[in-house]
Design a protein around this ligand. Sequence first.
Ligand SMILES: Nc1ncnc2c1ncn2[C@@H]1O[C@H](COP(=O)(O)OP(=O)(O)OP(=O)(O)O)[C@@H](O)[C@H]1O
Length: 313
Amino acid sequence: MEDFVLEVEGLTKTVKGNKKIVNEMSFQMKRGEILGLLGPNGAGKTTTIRMLVGLIGKTAGKVVINGKNLDVEGQRCKEDIGAIVENPAFYEHISGFKNLQQYARMARQNITTDRLNEVVQLVKLEHAIHDKVKTYSLGMKQRLGVAQAIIHKPAVLILDEPTNGLDPQGIRDLRDYLKVLAKEGTSTLVSSHLLSEMQLMCDRVVIMERGKVIDVTEVSNISNGSDSDNKSVLIAVTVAEGQSLDLVLDGASSNYELMKTNGNVVTIKLAHDKIPELNRFLVKKGIDVFGIEIVKTTLEDRFLQVTNLANEG
Ligand SMILES: Nc1ncnc2c1ncn2[C@@H]1O[C@H](COP(=O)(O)OP(=O)(O)OP(=O)(O)O)[C@@H](O)[C@H]1O
């Protein structure tokens, strides 16, 4: 059985006027993964996250965190979560390290100085941790926020739009240490409306629109050009000027599906292991092949595809 660290089932939030701003959301997060919650502005990401961390109540649905039902063991669920939902607040006039010590004291958990040093190292803030927070850049405050959120080694880390205000290096660092955390047993749910960042950062993404889950996609499948079943790929075949593959492929084999012809570049869908066979077939038919390239789709392609489908349906 799959080991899920977060299970969300039928999560719903209804507001005034009986409007469902989160509408029967269901998804699961595997242990050790970085899961993205992706959707346009107003899709309901923040509302979903606020319900998961217990900042607001839910109207309906079930949330299970690390095997514990939020409705039954709310307090223990909270212990399994670390989160940055709104901008983390710090005491500006003391150092980052003192802020962490203060936080650890308030959390009333037995957190050692070694652990504090460990999290500081993880978020790469060693050089500035003894400086006053008021001297920190936005990115440094964000690192300190993550350090604070993971101090108690939660099973689940939840970050709402963590890349806001980060420069490219900051985003890369965040991605790197989320991966380290995943290996150490903290799985992360991260929300964003920025497709390219989610593609770089996440293992899978839950795409939501108007309060509903409309797709769950494995990011590696998107970037290597395969379908979600991981069997077929799209390839772009460049042939000699004036040659047409339409007739050649027509009825040739059910293994190849001609998707699109654009000048002398033809897009074909087929199983990955059929590429050499197709190549031999084309050569035998007298087609001059100048190139075969796997078409990589981006998360943006996928997002537009599924949101268009959702809007048509
Ligand atoms: N308490 C509330 N009462 C009425 N409507 C609300 C309430 N809270 C949120 N909304 C609406 O619900 C929708 C979802 O809001 P939410 O903040 O969850 O979206 P989001 O996906 O996080 O968007 P963004 O990317 O802009 O932060 C929005 O249209 C918002 O205006």
